[in-house]
Design a protein around this ligand. Sequence first.
Ligand code: BGC
Length: 352
Amino acid sequence: MRAVTVVPLQKDSVDLTELREPPESDGPVLVQTRAVGVCGTDLEIISGEYGWAPPGEDRLAIGHESLGQVLEAPDGAGVAPGDLVVAIVRRPDPVPCPNCAIGEWDMCRNGRYTEWGIKEHHGYARERYRITPDFLVKVDAALGNLGVLLEPTTVVAKAWDHIERIGRRSEWKPQTVLVTGAGPIGLLAALLGVQRGLEVHVLDQVTEGLKPDLVSALGAHYHHGAVADIGVEPDVVIECTGVGPLIFDVMDHAGANGIVCLTGVSSGGRDISVDVGMLNRRLVLENDVVFGSVNANRRHYEAGAEALAGADQQWLGRLISRSVPLDRWHEAYTRQPTDVKVVLQFDEGAPA
Ligand code: BGC
């Protein structure tokens, strides 16, 4: 079968290659891939900065934002042939650590987890895969192709889950949220903020086009320029760019008892000068919390599926700014300035 594969850590080794059929040992459920979303992590893997092949193999099939259709499933699997499904990215470490032992692999303590399409296991940018049903999440058939947005939604569902847990350390009635970055993660974080009835502000660099339109269509406020010019001291900040100076800027502008959640992965290699003493003083005197958030567990997939089902489907459809058929696969991995979410379509006959 065909798969988009790379030799990890080897720049530009990405190609559409033949890959053996998925082994039975991967699980009893056989899924046909319909679409995979492309994200920054895929581009990092393609540029040779990240990624691990399965043990004993040279190439890794990439793709971790999946949407598929069940082809075969044993009785009692909880999914049946024809069901639309999304596969979970991370698998618990084999030890397992205390978090993996209770299904919180997103909080793995020893780093020995695997991530399908990223770390030591083939991903979903291949025509078929096998899996155990406990790592599959059924999506509402009404969502159709929009189900491919589930994995990025789980990332922000986890961020919101943890923000709310931290908020419960005291009386907490948040009103305003600042999201930095209007890419798919930022826009989905904003969607979940609006769904919580909060006043949502989104900051990005672009001045026009799809991103500001999508923010306004949510009923949120779009800004470009400096954080200081927004004129709010947000109760919550969800930082989705990983841009160093912006990270310090949002820490500096969060309101009292502010919670700043960092979701963007920075590339490093850039020095900036920061007055750590002043920053510490502000964080301490205002009870601020700054924390990082990555990946998602099953609970977040379920929350994400609920958030997508409750969202305006037309709005979600606009988030997918480009759908690329498999035979033009390389176009999906070439960034264009107007991109929001790009999807590689394995099944062209699928309803949009
Ligand atoms: C994925 C996460 C993963 C992370 C680090 C992200 O792009 O959405 O599931 O944990 O990369 O590998």
